[in-house]
Design a protein around this ligand. Structure first.
Ligand code: SF4
Length: 129
């Protein structure tokens, strides 16, 4: 049996409990240091399948700016961040873009949509950049 210990800081609320997580064969068997139940849930997720919200940019065609800021609408598995970043590097969307518009739905089957975090109006006709 493989037993390991991890220290994880709970980020669910501002208290920031420092938790000790004991794992056996990749499974969480004990969590200590948490002030409430939400910490246990967070420790399970962080120890077995950590997730992060990804924020980056995509290229924009015909917009007043060349790039649009985007993010995942929910956290995605940390191990998929690189593949998602590589995919988004190849994406180009046409202006105008509205804030919260879905740029890529269900990115790489994660259930997360890539959404715009600001609007990018189209360049005025005849405008030169
Ligand atoms: S364990 Fe509970 S009290 Fe502690 S940081 Fe997490 S949510 Fe907050």
């Amino acid at each position: 049996m493989k037993r390991e210990k991890k220290e994880i800081t709970c980020i669910v609320c501002p208290v920031g409990c420092l938790m000790e997580v004991i794992m056996e064969d990749g499974k969480v068997v004990e969590v200590t240091g948490n002030e409430c139940r939400r910490g246990v849930d967070y420790a399970h997720q962080e120890a077995t399948m950590p997730k992060r919200t990804l924020a980056t940019t995509v290229r924009v065609k015909g917009g007043i700016l060349p790039l649009a800021p985007v993010k995942t609408h929910v956290p995605v598995p940390k191990k998929k961040i690189r593949a998602i970043t590589e995919l988004l590097a190849k994406v180009e969307v046409e202006a105008p873009i509205k804030i919260n518009e879905v740029i890529v739905a269900d990115v790489l089957g994660t259930g997360a949509d890539i959404i715009a975090t600001r609007s990018i109006p189209a360049k005025a006709a005849g405008a030169v950049s």
